[in-house]
Design a protein around this ligand. Structure first.
Ligand SMILES: [Zn+2]
Ligand SMILES: [Zn+2]
Length: 259
């Protein structure tokens, strides 16, 4: 767990970022504000095989910019020897899997810095088909569109050894996870709201609603994420436990969950 804050960071916290590892496979799910720094604390960023972005809200992708800068300017990425680094003809270039339409959005953002192709050059970027399964070493990744203020995709990861993990991304109340996420060993669900939105379309869940979703999917275990340090965690757990009777906890940066 690299970052669990909602769209505004906790004190010393980072927004959405989850590192999934199985054997040699290393997948970063979301790369929100502050995540690149947290990633560097636990892994060398050149060892990330792929980054997958659930949706194009800043708290889920903004640290792709510093990540791309590192891949571009880090001394070890250069073609010639620099300082203690020997130079390389084969610099790290992780896959970057983004939702439909995101390539143009990222080029527009990078254009503001005068380098529209910064991310295209740093990463091997492609837009994923939500109907496809992506294989990354021993990991299989599937997608499920979920209702949010813009297109958002829940992600389910299967390990070859059998573990199943679902991250709901950001979403309002939905039936879309039923079937898709059924029997996940671990569900990480957002629990943003102290209470349902005042008006307009639903875009997020309360902790109680996260518990209901986990119960309907028969999750083995629930972790509440996208939750502010301004919301009392004991209250959130009590709310989630009203409908989910399995193990539940509030996400913590640096925590490791084994499935
Ligand atoms: Zn978010
Ligand atoms: Zn969002």
């Amino acid at each position: 767990m690299l970052g669990k804050s909602p769209a505004w960071q906790d004190v010393d916290g980072a927004c959405s970022g989850y590192l999934v590892e199985d054997g040699d496979a290393c997948l970063l799910v979301d790369c929100g504000s502050g995540v690149f720094s947290k990633l560097r604390r636990v892994r060398d960023y050149v060892d990330v095989d792929a980054v997958v972005i659930t949706h194009m809200h800043a708290d889920h992708f903004l640290d792709l910019i510093p990540f791309a800068c590192a891949l571009t300017y880090a001394p070890r990425q250069q073609p010639v020897p620099v300082e203690r680094w020997p130079g390389t003809d084969d610099p790290a270039r992780p896959q970057l899997l983004v939702p439909a339409g995101a390539t143009e959005i990222l080029r527009t953002i990078a254009s503001a810095g005068g380098q529209p192709y910064l991310l295209d050059q740093a990463f091997e970027m492609s837009e994923y088909d939500t109907a496809a399964t992506i294989e990354l070493g021993t990991l299989g990744v599937r997608f499920q569109p979920v209702p949010h203020f813009l297109p958002s995709n829940a992600i389910r990861v299967h390990c070859a050894a059998g573990g199943r993990f679902t991250f709901g991304a950001d979403h309002g109340p939905t039936d879309a996870l039923v079937g898709f996420a059924d029997d996940s060993d671990l569900m990480i669900l957002e629990a943003t709201l102290p209470r349902p939105e005042r008006d307009g379309p639903r875009g997020h869940l309360t902790p109680g609603e996260a518990g209901e979703h986990a119960a309907r999917c028969n999750a083995g275990r629930l972790v509440l994420t996208h939750i502010s340090d301004e919301l009392d965690h004991d209250w959130a757990l009590t709310e989630a436990r009203r409908s989910f009777d399995g193990p539940v906890e509030v996400a913590r940066e640096g925590a490791v969950y084994e499935v």
